[in-house]
Design a protein around this ligand. Structure first.
Ligand code: URA
Ligand code: SF4
Length: 219
């Protein structure tokens, strides 16, 4: 039998069949499907409402998330929280997760600097995300930034050109792409940052409307 190379492994082999969301979360803690488990402190699985109306998908945990074991608790999470409040979306209605569940970083002095996950790592981690979507069944999926967008919407997808609109995708009844909140933190000056925050909030207002639409139809 041909031995499977490490790069071809995926998280699927770690997922117990028929597992509940809590069981899947526990299984993810022991995932070794790619080499990132050696770099991160722990698996950072998604969190939020069990049957969330909306799932927000980022790239991978950052330094703070890696230490806390929770997604979006650092600076990018603060931007997300602020924009959610401005768009009138309650934290209770959402589930937040990432395309990749271990922190990939490289040292710079005493700091751990974020390093973008590669396509093999994103592919290896994908079964966790698929299971999260399947088990929480969100009405709206919000894909934030290029890594998540390319993983879920195709390699050709351009967030800058297609952000803030309802997209045709079988991931959920409504799918929307927007920028990653940490891109707002990287804005070169205050004026740009304010403008980018306003556009991010506009995109989240589209999400808020999609949530209401669906609720009305279901009522
Ligand atoms: N950036 C992400 O993509 N996800 C997090 O959880 C934190 C920062
Ligand atoms: Fe598993 Fe994902 Fe962590 Fe890789 S990044 S070890 S696939 S949980």
């Amino acid at each position: 039998m041909k031995r499977q190379s490490k790069s071809q492994r995926t998280a699927a082999e770690f997922i117990p069949p028929g597992a509940s969301l809590d069981e899947v979360r526990r299984a993810a803690a022991g995932c070794k499907a790619c080499d990132l488990w050696k770099l991160g402190t722990q698996t950072v699985f998604g969190e939020g409402a069990r049957h969330a109306k909306v799932m927000f998908i980022g790239e991978q945990p950052g330094d703070k998330e890696d230490l806390a074991g929770k997604p979006f608790v650092g600076p990018a999470g603060a931007v997300l929280d602020k924009a959610l409040a401005a768009a009138g979306i309650s934290r209770e209605d959402i589930y937040v997760t990432n395309a990749v569940k271990h922190f990939k970083w490289e040292p710079r002095g005493k700091r751990r600097i974020h390093k973008k996950p590669n396509a093999l790592e994103v592919a290896a981690c994908r079964p966790w995300l698929d299971r999260e979507i399947e088990l929480t069944q969100p009405e709206v999926v919000v894909v934030m930034g290029a890594t998540a967008a390319q993983a879920l919407l195709g390699r050709q997808f351009k967030v800058t050109q297609q952000r803030g609109r309802l997209l045709d995708s079988n991931l959920a009844p409504h799918v929307i792409a927007t920028v990653h909140p940490s891109s707002i933190l990287r804005a070169p000056d205050d004026e740009t940052r304010h403008a980018e925050m306003a556009s991010f909030i506009d995109d989240l207002r589209v999400v808020a409307r999609a949530m209401k639409q669906r609720t009305r139809r279901a009522a």
